[in-house]
Design a protein around this ligand. Structure first.
Ligand code: NAI
Ligand code: 15L
Length: 272
């Protein structure tokens, strides 16, 4: 029997960061669910398929971002700098860029945004602590600070204008966990899709913050405050444990990258 496509329940959706690792993964998964999928990035993207529009735009280019939001119901905002980098670069892409996106959403009437935040908003908690999203942020660098800004900005746009946002504090979303730390932080691509679809379709999202992780056996994050989203991860890092532990049989417990949840991000920089 032929597989049936999911109903196009996501309306007219903008996907930023479409040329990136997660954007390339999500694009074909989201397209069948959308009335229209508009994809955007500063880097080249695959040509538009049926039901798609492709628009190159730099997030710091205000006019270009306003054009991106025209006619959109919702946004999955993945675009921007995704690693620790010097402040000026992070400022443009992640702080100015995210402001431009929310202001354009307000002007054009978009109702909901799924914002790719990061576990690096709380990277300076220790790996032997279990935290949840109601606890104070402890960013581990300029990148984590920029994501904390995005979370606060989205809170303001919800309180003031009613634009709903689900902030995804993504752990490590790759085909497999790459090292022992990622046994705790891994988010499979299938669970990423489940998380994004749940965030877009839950009847009332309000302003929510959720850690993006699979159903890993050992974890540092308690997602109880975000259970209303209905996200139920179905994968686990456990099948990768033996291989990752064999590759890293010992850990230096004095290394900040081993001590803190943010891993190597906590000791990147200074850049000047
Ligand atoms: P990526 O770096 O592969 O993709 C980001 C995309 O944003 C790139 O295609 C890049 O060209 C685009 N971009 C960068 N600066 C831009 C600008 N000024 N204007 C327009 N586009 C720009 O990152 P990835 O892994 O796909 O992550 C997607 C999002 O999820 C990012 O926001 C990242 O911070 C976040 N995230 C990802 C995690 C992961 O494990 N992959 C973990 C935590 C957060
Ligand atoms: C992130 O925020 C990065 O975008 C990604 O490249 C990974 O390094 C991830 O965090 C992580 O913490 O493993």
């Amino acid at each position: 029997m032929a597989a049936t496509s999911p109903a196009p329940s996501l309306g007219r959706l903008l996907l930023t960061g479409a040329a990136g690792g997660l954007g390339r993964e999500l694009r074909p998964r989201l397209r069948p669910r959308c009335a229209l999928l508009r994809v955007s990035d500063i880097a080249p993207m695959a040509a538009a398929g049926p039901g798609e529009e492709v628009m190159e735009a730099a997030l710091e280019d205000r006019a270009a971002v306003h054009a991106l939001l025209e006619g959109m119901d919702a946004v999955v905002h993945l675009g921007g700098i995704s690693t620790e980098q010097p402040f000026d670069a992070v400022l443009q892409a992640n702080i100015v860029g995210t402001y431009n996106l929310y202001e354009a959403a307000r002007r054009h009437g978009a109702r909901r945004i799924v914002f790719a935040s990061s576990n690096h908003v709380t990277g300076f908690y220790r790996q032997d602590e279990v935290i949840d999203a109601t606890m104070p942020v402890r960013p581990d660098g300029y990148y984590g600070l920029s994501k904390a800004f995005g979370e606060n900005l989205s809170r303001f746009y919800f309180d003031r204008y009613g634009i709903e946002t689900v902030c995804l504090r993504i752990g490590s979303s790759f085909p497999e966990p790459k090292d022992r730390r990622m046994l705790a932080t891994w988010l499979s691509y299938d669970d990423l899709e489940r998380l994004v679809v749940a965030s877009l379709t839950v009847p009332v999202a309000g302003h929510s913050i959720v850690y993006g992780m699979s159903d890993n056996q050992a974890t540092w994050w308690d997602n109880t405050p975000a259970r209303h989203l209905g996200f139920r991860p179905q994968d686990s890092s456990e099948p990768f444990r033996a291989a990752r532990e064999a590759a890293q049989p010992t850990l230096d417990r004095d290394d900040p990258a081993v001590l803190y949840q943010g891993g190597a991000f906590v000791r990147m920089g200074p850049f000047e």
